[in-house]
Write a protein of this length. Sequence first.
Length: 200
Amino acid sequence: MSVSVAVAVAVAVPVSVPVSVSVSVPVSVSVSVSVSVPVPVSATLRRMTTLQTSTPPRLRIQRLSPLAVIPAYQSAGAAGLDLHAAIETAVALTPGAIVVIPCGFAMALPVGLEAQVRPRSGLASRHGITLPNAPGTIDADYRGEVKIPLINLGAAAFTVEPQMRIAQMVIAPVVQCVVEEHATLETTVRGAGGFGSTGH
């Protein structure tokens, strides 16, 4: 950008008369402009961002049994809290059998969160011990005892020992929709293609 600057210069002439001269001097100006552009953000994204940047939500635990082990993260970067079997004696899990194991506690989640109950990778890969409804969901308004259904998909019997870590619980944000009934829906390239429709 070129800026004209008026400079008064005294010039000596034979009659000693001061003369005012206008001189154009190029000036380079660097301007930094910060512009705030509003971007639409979904309620779910705002909630997730708030959870990541604010104080961690509180998971309130009520011990129902002296055998209960309070859920805990086993490492600084762990996504799930370990859940333990609150049982007095060992429970046998034969191949194909399903047994519900109590954890000995109830809990209260903040509204907008759910608890996802998932298998432990070690039990699943080594012994075939998993959850028949994996992942299970615990709603924020559930106040009953947390219990874990285990199924033995392995070839050999498995023994669930007292206070054994049997599953993991991941706390995650959820959103409730407004349900609307429509006579038709917009079309897509996939359409009604279901299982296996996108290839192997």
